[in-house]
Design a protein. Structure first.
Length: 399
């Protein structure tokens, strides 16, 4: 289930609540071309479509993969009895099989918006052709108009959806979540793990754990690390891969930080990611400087909170406001020289860093516990199902 941690974790909890859940997803090694594999994952019926996809693909190849997946998933969806269809985007093309399968099966359709498309790909220059831009905005309108309800991951995304004319009372905000059971905020294995990975035992470790895509702008972290190359108080650690991994690695090689105050691990398991969080006092989430990214809801943010890390970001928006108001972390300037001074201020007060980590865990427990957010999602889906059923009954009475 590539990139679908949220979908899997929410589905798993819906199953525990007594619902039957089927997921249609993709897997690059699902068998011969065109073959579909059906498995059971923690009580979830999963159809694995043979549609290759990875973050390292070119944009054109990804578009073709999206289109193929939309077609194949529609063909599969209409063969599965369902009371409701839920499609989670990005990409926007996922709305096509969702809408048409819901029509075919005569069931309600709920659309989840995890990023504001097409605003984001247009902002980064991935969609430049005027005709394609118009088509993309038409697809956005189509997805929203044909949704019985929409789930947005942040208030900023909700505002973006409402700006298209979609009614706010049909949009619920259910952010990404913290899986509290995955992380021990006391970090009992910190010293042992640091020895294992070759991380200085007394340094404050700042961790980036996530995708190396264009919009993530992880080269920012390597440039920041260069400013602290002779500062033994801090060490930089990255975990994850993607299209820009080699580029970012080359930045670290060129400025001399890799192997000195930077370590990079490209391919690690989910369990290992949790271990790396135990090594870290701080965690960082970076993006390139685009206003369209301020509403983002990256998984790494919620993992860091659950792990009890002081959270650092390099952008404004709802996350920056939450960190500032709560004391769970802080935001850095995009300007590296300014960011260096801002980070130094925190390094001068290590107690403040540890206190921020405690606050972060408390926020994760009170605001972003996945079990609680899954209950909110269940309530929203049931509400939509009941409303649709009532409308159908009224329709039959009028006939």
């Amino acid at each position: 289930m590539p990139g679908s941690t949220r979908s899997y974790e929410m589905a798993k909890r819906l199953v525990k609540m007594g619902h039957e859940v089927t997921i249609i997803t993709s897997q690059t090694n699902a068998g011969k071309e065109g073959a579909t594999i059906k498995t059971n994952e923690d009580g979830i019926c999963v159809y694995w479509l043979a549609v290759p996809y990875s973050n390292s693909m070119s944009y054109n190849r990804r578009i073709m993969a999206f289109i193929k997946f939309a077609y194949e998933s529609y063909k599969t969806a209409i063969t599965i009895p369902a009371d409701l269809i839920f499609a989670s985007s990005t990409p926007l093309t996922i709305a096509l099989p969702g809408v048409y399968a819901a029509r075919k099966l005569k069931v309600p359709f709920v659309f989840e918006v995890r990023d504001l498309w097409p605003d984001l790909p247009i902002a980064v220059g991935a969609i430049r052709n005027g005709v394609l831009k118009k088509l993309a905005y038409r697809l956005e309108k189509f997805a929203y108009v044909n949704s019985d309800a929409i789930v947005a991951l942040s208030d900023g995304m909700k505002k973006g959806i409402m700006s298209t004319g979609y009614p706010g009372n049909k949009i619920s905000v259910i952010p990404n979540a913290s899986d509290l059971e995955r992380f021990d905020p006391l970090k009992p294995r910190k010293r042992q793990l640091r020895e294992q990975y070759g991380i200085p035992k007394d340094a404050i470790v700042i961790l980036y754990a996530g995708t190396f895509g264009v919009i993530n702008g992880v080269e920012y972290l390597m440039k920041l690390a260069a400013e602290f190359i002779n500062d033994k108080r801090i060490f930089f650690l990255t975990v994850g891969g993607g299209q820009q991994f080699e580029f970012v690695k080359n930045v670290a090689v060129t400025n001399g930080t890799l192997g000195r105050n930077v370590l990079m691990f490209e391919k690690v398991s989910k369990i290992e990611v949790s271990a790396f969080f135990e090594c870290a006092e701080m965690a960082i989430s970076t993006v390139i400087p685009l206003p369209e990214l301020e509403a983002n809801c990256a998984n790494k943010f919620f993992d860091a909170l659950a792990a009890g890390c002081c959270m650092v970001i390099n952008h404004k928006g709802w996350q920056a406001e939450l960190l500032e108001s709560s004391g769970a972390g802080f935001s850095l300037s995009f300007d590296i020289t300014t960011a260096k001074k801002e980070l130094q201020e925190w390094l001068n007060e290590p107690r403040k860093i540890f206190q921020a980590g405690k606050i972060a865990r408390d926020i994760a427990e009170k605001m972003f516990d996945r079990n609680i957010l899954a209950q909110q999602l269940e309530a929203e889906l049931i509400k939509v199902y009941e409303q649709k059923k009532d409308k159908l009954n009224q329709h039959h009475i009028h006939l």
